[in-house]
Design a protein around this ligand. Structure first.
Ligand code: AMP
Ligand code: GLY
Length: 424
């Protein structure tokens, strides 16, 4: 088989690494990929939103399976386009990808199908949104409706902050089209977890639990990022909560999407808030999490390719997943300044030494070759992921890799996974 992976971050490196191990696969391509991915796949210089270019490539190469990493091509309708041409592609169609592409869509779906979530209201009128915020008071959460590259969510501790957020989104058009509607919702406290399930639109196949670390600094301080690290399993997701998530969230969502006329296939990502043993959904995403994909895929024992094919072809009931009885921890090494501005082009040292360490993978995200040398080129640069018999051992393994690697102004959290150790 020939497989095409779309994307070029740490998540896609983990996907390519896993897919390349399948005995079914002869060749992996990745568009656009990165220098780490180039070790396992042929990288094709096509952007993730160049739908026509990707389609032409897939047809020319007779690609047997395409796997989409990021949300943008999904919301642009890449799955519809490929399927119309008879190509097999893993991911939701455009209408179904709204579950991530529109907060109002996903909140309304949750309300209609009784899926536990924060109380909310949606507005396209600024004055009405202001009146609602005033009536509710703070803390309160303001979200741009559409895709905003992870920046459209304001967790406002005061009414003034919430009103400022409404102004930025609705009057100053900080997110353009994505901000023509806002969702204002109840502030939820608790601990977050990430829950993933494969689905073909009818059947579901849940993954093991995981958690990421969104804030940039140790102790969950500072601004939110795409994720500074992740681990699996996440003890906050007890066996009871795991079952409840399937019954109360994943199953009704998949049934609801089918009932709405937009059956969802691919991987469904529920961002959960867990407080006192009760769960609520913060958001849905239409893709694998990044960095959650790195620890999850390192723990996965089964061949992932038959699962992708079964999701895409509507026969997931024939599949099961096996997992390594190990924990995995991914520490993101980022450019100094991230999630704000940062300098690029510093040479990264220690990659060859890190590659020698057993049970450790260095997944590339924002890297680039400059005169044959690997340099930082994005905010999140590497996802250093270790396996261990326990979370404590996996933490030690991941940081042994981190301490081997260096570049100017590198930044990483030193407490990834510690939350899991504090659990009884
Ligand atoms: P979202 O993109 O909706 O997941 O929001 C991004 C982040 O904002 C989440 O991971 C949470 O950390 C935070 N957040 C979102 N909604 C809420 C909420 N209702 N209460 C508290 N924090 C939230
Ligand atoms: N790590 C969270 C996300 O991928 O959205």
């Amino acid at each position: 088989m020939k497989v095409l992976v779309i994307g070029g971050g740490g998540r896609e490196h983990a996907l390519v690494w896993k897919i390349a191990q399948s005995p079914l696969v002869d060749k992996v391509f990745c568009a656009p990929g990165n220098p780490g991915i180039a070790q396992q796949a042929e990288c094709i210089p096509l952007k993730v939103d160049d739908l026509e270019g990707l389609l032409a490539f897939a047809k020319k190469e007779a690609i047997d399976l395409t796997v989409v990493g990021p949300e943008l091509p999904l919301t642009l309708g890449i799955v519809n386009l490929f399927r119309k041409e008879g190509l097999t592609i893993f991911g939701p169609e455009q209408q179904a990808a709204q579950i991530e592409g529109s907060k109002n869509f996903s909140k309304s779906l949750m309300a209609k199908y009784g899926i536990p979530t924060a109380e909310f209201a949606a507005f396209s009128d600024y004055d009405q949104a202001v009146a609602y915020v005033r009536s509710k008071g703070a803390p309160i959460v303001v979200k741009a409706d559409g895709l905003a590259a992870g920046k459209g969510v304001y967790v406002a501790q005061t009414e003034v902050e919430a009103l400022e957020a409404l102004k930025e989104i609705m009057l100053d058009d900080a997110f353009g089209e994505a901000g023509t509607q806002v969702v204002v919702e109840e502030f939820l406290k608790g601990e977050e977890a990430s829950f993933f399930a494969f689905t073909d639109g009818r059947n579901i196949l849940p993954l093991v639990s995981s958690q990421d670390h969104k804030q940039v600094f140790d102790g969950d301080q500072g601004p939110n990022t795409g994720g500074m690290g992740a681990y699996s399993p996440a003890p906050v997701v007890t066996p009871d909560l795991y079952e409840e998530t399937i019954r109360q969230v994943i199953e009704p969502t998949i049934r609801g999407m089918a009932a709405e006329g937009c059956p969802y296939s691919g991987i469904l990502f529920a961002g959960l808030m867990i407080d006192n043993g009760k769960l609520k959904v913060l958001e849905f995403n239409a893709r694998f999490g990044d960095p959650e994909a790195q620890p999850l895929l390192m723990r996965m024992k089964s061949d992932i390719v038959p699962v992708f094919m079964a999701c895409a072809q509507g026969r997931l009931e024939q599949q099961a997943l096996e997992w390594h009885d190990k924990a995995a921890v991914c520490v993101v090494m980022a450019s100094g300044g991230y999630p704000g501005s940062y300098e690029k082009g510093f040479e990264i040292s220690g990659l060859d030494e890190a590659a020698e360490i057993d049970d450790l993978m260095v997944f590339h995200a924002g890297t680039q070759l400059k005169d044959g040398r690997v340099c930082n080129s994005g905010g999140r640069v590497l996802g250093v992921t270790g396996l261990g018999t326990t979370i404590a051992e996996a933490i030690e393994k991941a940081y042994s890799g981190v301490h081997t690697i260096n570049w100017q102004d590198v930044r990483y959290r030193t407490d990834i996974g510690q939350k899991a150790l504090r659990k009884p």
